[in-house]
Write a protein that binds this ligand. Structure first.
Ligand code: NAG
Ligand code: NAG
Ligand code: NAG
Ligand code: NAG
Ligand code: NAG
Length: 478
């Protein structure tokens, strides 16, 4: 072996000069031992765990910064806090993702803006059915705001003074969805709320699975049996319908009332599976380990792993296989695997026997995210986590999905926190909100605060790390 050539020395010099065009990636140090659900590490002495935790938390902050930048850009089009350009519910799922990350990391950078905007969109009637949107939305749209607010209750996200508790808002969504449950096909939530809308005829999995999860979560949090009764009812209807097959554990996307809900749309989406797994995991906990719920969780996990963690990418990296390979994921679909990741983490916590099956999937996905979030100068994440590098896709949605993937792994590290309930978060009491009336309460408006731009220095650090790595590689290659 001879010494490095001129070109190689130039390469090293350029890398060390922190050239902005140099690709970089998130610097994550954790392996699949980084989990402590059975044996919590002794935090003071377990240096490795501290390093692991730090690196994963920092990765979360790195992808959240551009997520919030995109969010503010998008919201500035409408000028309304929490209202993105051309979509309404996606903001709810972003808030849900942030709140779950904030709880797992103890980072509070965007808590204020998320809290403000999440409350603002509840509208004057505190039911996420503001007349600005209510004529256009489907059950699943309102449902996501319910999931965001119950996530706030479970994580002890700070309540807003003088406003209803997060639990009360989640309960309002629940009650409105329960009111809209109808008898056609023996029950079920429709996709669309209004008859004139395309999709009114459909009863779809995310509306029902999401409603099921919301009910199960409200049940565990409040200990109010009404919710668990509903969770049972929604599950039972779903397995009677083509949506959930309790032999093959296959989940359809929707079924059509026009043909008596005989057939199902067999398009496969990860969040449909995730929503039913999540609800079943909460019911397992609620029933103190009922075997039937364990069977359901495990059955759905089998098909989820088989379908969305393709063997050809190693079997541990999640992919929405219906749209990613053909490069055709829309704004909604880009987000699904982030939700699935967090919901699987919750499942591993609530149903400990699933932990060892779930952990490698979250670990594999985290390692993938570390590589693909290397876009431009801003840790932009791509759509396909199984690629070796950023695939060019950018926006709030892919950042959110990556944050969900990072959060899922983080939720199983360090001091694992299960969801709080009314005993451990007494501020999250449920109160009645009139979901029929039109009470108009004043919501003080507030300017949107711009996200902090603290992430900038991290780029330098990452590039430096890569430069050193790159130099070593170049020398080795020579
Ligand atoms: C808003 O977000 C969508 C989806 O990421 C994107 O297509 C659109 O360009 C964004 N608009 C602005 C003004 O940032
Ligand atoms: C509804 O739209 C009006 C007019 O654009 C706006 O002032 C208000 O803040 C919006 N409310 C919500 C909850 O989006
Ligand atoms: C239980 O929840 C239901 C649905 O929100 C509500 O009508 C009922 O009042 C609740 N019960 C208690 C004791 O809070
Ligand atoms: C599967 O669903 C059918 C129809 O609802 C039900 O009769 C049966 O008990 C279910 N089996 C399991 C294991 O849940
Ligand atoms: C609420 O407001 C709508 C629209 O203004 C009206 O049609 C409806 O009757 C009102 N509902 C109640 C219970 O006052």
């Amino acid at each position: 072996m001879i010494g490095p050539s001129w070109a190689q020395l130039c390469g090293i010099a350029l890398l060390l000069l922190n050239v902005p065009s140099a690709a970089h990636a998130l610097d994550i140090k954790v392996d699949d031992r980084g989990s402590s659900i059975e044996e919590p590490p002794e935090k003071e002495t377990d240096l490795l765990m501290v390093i692991w935790l730090d690196s994963v938390i920092k990765a979360g902050k790195d992808v959240a910064a551009p997520m919030m930048k995109f969010y503010h850009q998008n919201v500035s089009v409408t000028g309304i806090p929490g209202k993105l350009d051309e979509t309404w519910y996606v903001a709810a799922s972003m808030f849900m993702t942030w709140i779950q990350f904030a709880s797992a990391s103890n980072v509070d950078t965007y808590d204020d803006v998320v809290s403000h905007d999440l409350m603002f969109q509840a509208g004057d009637d505190y039911n996420y059915f503001d007349s600005n949107y209510s004529k256009d939305i489907g059950n699943d749209d309102q449902m996501f705001w319910g999931l965001a607010t119950i996530t706030a209750s479970e994580t002890g996200f700070k309540e807003v003074k003088g406003k209803p508790s997060w639990t009360s808002l989640a309960r309002a969504v629940f009650n409105m969805m329960a009111d809209r449950w109808d008898g056609e096909c023996g029950g079920g939530s429709r996709w669309q709320i209004w008859q004139i809308k395309n999709g009114f005829n459909l009863k779809n999995s995310i509306s029902n699975g999401g409603f099921f999860a919301l009910a199960a979560r409200l049940g565990l949090f409040t200990k109010n049996e009404t919710y668990a009764d509903w969770a049972n009812k929604i599950w039972d209807w779903s397995q009677d319908s083509p949506l959930v097959n309790n032999h093959t554990w296959y989940v359809c996307d929707s079924t059509n009332t026009a043909d008596g809900c005989k057939g199902g749309d067999r398009t496969q989406w990860s969040y449909n599976y995730g929503s039913y797994i999540l609800g079943a995991a909460f019911m397992y906990k609620h029933t103190k380990g009922d075997d039937i719920w364990l069977k359901r969780v495990n059955g759905l996990l089998d098909t989820t792993f088989k379908t969305f963690y393709p063997k050809k990418y190693g079997g541990n990296i999640v992919s929405d296989v219906n749209c990613e390979p053909v490069n055709h994921c829309n704004r909604n679909e880009l987000c699904f695997k982030g939700y699935l990741s967090m919901w699987l983490a919750s499942t591993a916590i609530l149903v400990p026997s699933t932990h060892d099956r779930i952990l490698p999937k979250l670990q594999g996905s985290l390692e993938a995210i570390a590589k693909i979030c290397s876009g431009e100068s801003d840790d932009l994440c791509g759509m396909r986590w199984y690629e070796d590098h950023w695939d060019g896709m950018k926006g709030m949605e892919v950042q959110m999905a990556a944050l969900g993937g990072i959060t899922g792994r983080l939720m199983l590290m360090g001091d694992v926190k299960g969801p709080k309930n009314i005993d451990t978060n007494p501020g999250g009491k449920e109160e009645a909100i009139d979901t029929d009336g039109n009470s108009s309460k004043d919501i003080s408006s507030r300017r949107i605060t711009t996200g902090d731009k603290a992430g900038a220095w991290i780029f330098g650090v990452l590039t430096m790390a890569l430069a050193v790595g790159g130099a070593v590689w170049l020398l080795w290659a020579a």
